[in-house]
Write a protein that binds this ligand. Structure first.
Ligand SMILES: [Cu+2]
Length: 198
């Protein structure tokens, strides 16, 4: 393949990806998970990551979590919302009870990736819907506001720490960072193109 064609194709893909991000109306929220962030804090060696992607057009929530080295074995994981103060305190569960559907259970390490239909009442704790106008749209808006405001946290419970072994308050990933990641990808494509020329 000619380099010019390869580059034009790569550029087209990158530009398409950028316009997709700009128009898709998705917001990504992330947090590290650890025992120090629990309330009360604990000395678990466990650690993890949570990444939540809300698509406001599709009304979906993609939940990606990974966790390692828990002292106990997982009993449940969900998102709690919305605490009175950003980044602090405890509050009830907003999402599916007793745990995210098919979340790894009885293990100390694992990964999870599932997309929930947030227009479906079964994606919420019924009490969270009741506390937010009694409607799914009220619950969705409250959860989105909590994620934006830093009052929603991902929590992984275990048999050793029933109240939560590792957690973290979710924070939006700035759109500028998402663009920077795409640009870094574009630069990498350029490097591959240069290498192929040799
Ligand atoms: Cu919980």
């Amino acid at each position: 393949m000619k380099l010019s064609a390869l580059f034009a194709g790569s550029l087209f893909m990158a530009v398409t990806a950028m316009s997709t991000i700009a128009s898709a109306h998705q917001i990504v929220y992330t947090t590290p998970l650890d025992g120090l962030s629990e309330a009360p804090p604990n000395d678990s060696p466990g650690n993890g990551m949570a990444r939540i992607t809300i698509d406001f057009d599709l009304v979906t929530m993609r939940v990606e979590e990974s966790f390692n080295d828990l002292q106990g074995n997982v009993t449940a994981s969900h998102i709690h919302c919305c605490t009175a103060v950003p980044g602090a305190g405890t509050i009830g569960v907003a999402t599916t009870l007793p745990t995210f559907t098919d979340f790894p259970s009885g293990v100390a390490s694992g990964t999870y990736d599932r997309t929930f239909d947030m227009s479906d009442a079964s994606s919420y704790n019924p009490a969270f819907i009741a506390a937010n106008g009694g409607t799914v749209s009220g619950a969705f808006n409250a959860l989105a506001a909590g994620l934006d405001g830093g009052t929603a946290y991902a929590n992984i419970h275990s048999n050793i720490f029933p109240a939560g072994e590792i957690r973290g308050f979710l924070a939006p990933v700035p759109e500028a960072e998402a663009y920077a990641m795409l640009l870094a990808g574009l630069a990498m494509i350029g490097m591959v193109a240069r290498r192929r020329r040799l």
